[in-house]
Design a protein around this ligand. Sequence first.
Ligand code: 5GP
Ligand code: ZN
Length: 110
Amino acid sequence: MSGVCIFCKIIRGEIPSMKIFESEKTYAFLDIGPLSRGHSLIIPKHHGAKLHDIPDDQLSELLAVTKKIALAQGVENYNVLQNNGRIAHQEVDHVHFHLIPKPNETQGLG
Ligand code: 5GP
Ligand code: ZN
């Protein structure tokens, strides 16, 4: 846990979030600035800044939870995205997977 990290604060409940999943090691919630409806973030409870800071068993759980949420949302088209470092557009230094549904164009934006 990090005292200043906003995602650690979300896990501790110090910053409110729209939680969609929680287990012993993993937390998932809706992105505050969604790129589409249902855009979620899947994070380890253990603080680590980048992908290489997270143990393999934790990484596989993160991906399994990402898959579970995609199945629960019933989306057929979606992106899974994970940024590392400022140049790669990482803004929050706590590892997170984005799950970004891509609705059919006939369903409108977001
Ligand atoms: P990054 O650019 O680091 O891969 O993505 C960070 C994501 O975290 C962004 O999509 C941003 O909207 C989201 N975010 C930043 N602060 C908060 C917050 O306080 N609450 C929630 N729910 N999402 C946040
Ligand atoms: Zn953190």
